[in-house]
Design a protein around this ligand. Structure first.
Ligand code: ZN
Length: 430
C-alpha cells in the first residue's frame, strides 16, 4: 500500500520518537566511517550526546567537498560486498561523488518513489514513460524501480530521439511522464511542429532542476498534464526526497526518512520556519552510505504544518541552488526568476540563455531570448518595442538592468537533461 497513512500523517511526540530512534541508528551507522569518527572526535562529541532532535546541532556539517575527498568508497559504512549498486553524481570539476546502496537501501528508495507517485495520483493501469538518463544519474533507475513497485506499466525510454519519444507516448497510450521541465518543454515544441497530439497524457513529474510557476502553467497547457515538482539528490538516495501533493503548495519531505534543517549559508545557524536559507538534510534510513547534516546547497524554507492532504512536513519549492545563484552587482538572481519573467512575455519563447561578463569592473548580464513569430510584425520598430518590454519586465522583477538580445526561433540550445542556461564569464576576465 503506497498511501502509508499512519507514517505519512504522524505528528507530535510519535513522530519525534520515530525520528529520534532513527537518528540514533543513523549516527551509529555513520560512526563506522572514518570521516565521521574523526569529525566527532574533533568536535568533542560522543554518540551518546545525540539523544534528541535538537542535539543534531552539535554535529558538524558534511559538505559536498568532503564526499569528493572520500572518492571512491571512503564514505561506505558497510563492506563493498554488501553494496549491490553504485551511482555517481555529476561532478562539474574533478572526481564525481560515489553513492553506494545495499539491498535494503534500494528497497527503501523504491518505496519512497512509489509513495511519491501514488501521492501524485499515479495508479495501477497507468502507463509511465521515464524520459531521463538511465546511467549513473539516479533519476532513471530510481524512478524505474519505484514505478514497477507501484505496479504501473513502465517504459524505460531514457533520453534522446524526441520523435521516437512522441511515437511511444502515442502508441503505448502513455499517461504519466517523468523528465526535466526543460525537456518537457522541448518535447511539446517538437510535438507541435509535427502536429502530433498527446491526448493520453495526464500527469507530468518534473525535477532535477528548479522551475517556475510560469513554467508549470506553460507545461500544463501545452502537454495537457497536471505537473508535479519532484525533488531529490543522489547523496540522499536520489529522486524521491520531497514531492508535491495534489495541493501544489510546497513539497512534502518524507519526515520518516529525512530530517530537514534550514540554515543561514554564511553563519551555519539554524533558521526558523518561514525563513529562506540553505537546506541541510540528514537521511534517517540509509545503510550503505549514511550522511549527517548534508549541505544540499538548495535554497528553500520550511512551511507551516497542516496540508489539506493530511501529510506532514513541507518545504517551499526550491528557488535555486546557492551555487547557481548569480550575484550581479550585489543582487541575488536565480535563473528560475528569469525564466518566470520570460514566460510571462508572450512575444518571446520559453528558451533563453544568460551571459554574465565583467566590463570595466562592473557586472553585465545579457539575456538572449527567442522571438515568438506569432507576436512579431517583422518590423524593426516592433523588435525594439519587444526588446524594451523584456528589459523593463526583467528590471521590475530582478531590480537590475540587463541587456536583452532577441534571436530567431529555434536557435538557442535545447537540453535533454539538466539545462545549462547560464554562462558566467567573469572569472575569465580576472
Ligand atoms: Zn499535502
Amino acid at each position: 500500500m503506497f498511501w502509508d497513512r499512519k507514517t505519512e500523517t504522524l505528528k507530535g511526540k510519535a513522530l519525534t520518537a520515530l525520528q529520534e530512534k532513527r537518528l540514533k541508528t543513523t549516527v551509529a551507522q555513520a560512526l563506522k566511517v572514518p570521516f565521521y569518527k574523526k569529525q566527532f572526535a574533533a568536535a568533542g562529541i560522543r554518540p551518546s550526546d545525540i539523544r534528541t532532535i535538537a542535539d543534531i546541532g552539535k554535529i558538524p556539517f558534511t559538505k559536498k567537498q568532503d564526499l569528493r575527498e572520500g572518492y571512491p568508497f571512503g564514505f561506505l559504512a558497510v563492506p563493498l560486498k554488501e553494496v549491490v549498486r553504485i551511482h555517481t553524481t555529476s561532478g562539474t570539476t574533478g572526481k564525481p561523488t560515489v553513492v553506494g546502496y545495499t539491498r535494503k537501501d534500494l528497497s527503501a528508495w523504491a518505496d519512497l518513489i512509489a509513495r511519491n507517485m501514488y501521492m501524485a495520483g499515479v495508479r495501477e493501469g497507468d502507463v509511465f514513460q521515464n524520459m531521463v538518463n538511465y546511467g549513473m544519474f539516479t533519476g532513471g533507475l530510481g524512478f524505474h524501480y519505484g514505478a514497477e513497485l507501484l505496479g504501473v506499466t513502465t517504459v524505460p525510454s531514457a533520453t534522446g530521439n524526441t520523435k521516437r519519444q512522441i511515437d511511444m507516448i502515442r502508441d503505448f497510450g502513455v499517461t504519466v511522464i517523468h523528465c526535466t521541465p526543460s525537456y518537457a518543454m522541448h518535447l511539446s515544441e517538437v510535438a507541435e511542429e509535427l502536429k502530433l497530439s498527446l491526448p493520453t497524457l495526464r500527469i507530468g513529474l518534473f525535477g532535477a532542476e528548479p522551475w517556475s510557476e510560469a513554467m508549470r502553467k506553460a507545461l500544463e497547457e501545452r502537454l495537457g498534464v497536471t505537473a508535479f515538482d519532484s525533488y531529490g539528490m543522489s547523496e540522499l538516495f536520489g529522486p524521491g526526497v520531497a514531492f508535491e501533493c495534489p495541493e501544489h503548495d510546497g513539497l512534502h519531505i518524507w519526515h520518516d526518512s529525512y530530517l530537514v534543517e534550514i540554515i543561514d549559508p554564511k553563519t551555519g545557524e539554524q533558521l526558523s520556519d518561514g525563513e529562506r536559507g540553505e537546506m541541510v538534510v540528514t537521511p534517517l534510513v540509509k545503510e550503505a552510505m549514511p550522511v549527517l547534516r548534508y549541505r544540499t546547497g538548495d535554497v528553500t524554507m520550511k512551511m507551516e504544518d497542516g496540508c489539506l492532504c493530511g501529510r506532514g512536513q513541507k518545504i517551499a519549492r526550491i528557488t535555486g541552488r546557492s551555487d547557481d545563484m548569480l550575484v550581479i552587482r550585489g543582487i541575488n538572481v536565480f535563473p528560475s526568476q528569469i525564466e518566470h519573467v520570460l514566460l510571462n512575455v508572450p512575444e518571446v519563447g520559453n528558451q533563453f540563455m544568460v551571459y554574465v561578463d565583467r566590463v570595466n569592473h562592473l557586472d553585465e548580464m545579457t539575456v538572449e531570448a527567442e522571438i515568438n513569430r506569432g507576436y512579431f510584425s517583422g518590423e524593426l520598430s516592433d523588435l525594439a518595442r519587444i526588446q524594451k518590454k523584456v528589459v523593463k519586465e526583467l528590471r521590475d522583477a530582478l531590480e537590475i538592468r540587463t541587456t536583452v538580445k532577441l534571436v530567431e526561433p529555434g536557435t538557442l540550445p535545447r537540453f535533454e537533461g539538466k539545462a545549462k542556461r547560464v554562462i558566467d564569464r567573469r572569472s575569465d576576465a580576472l
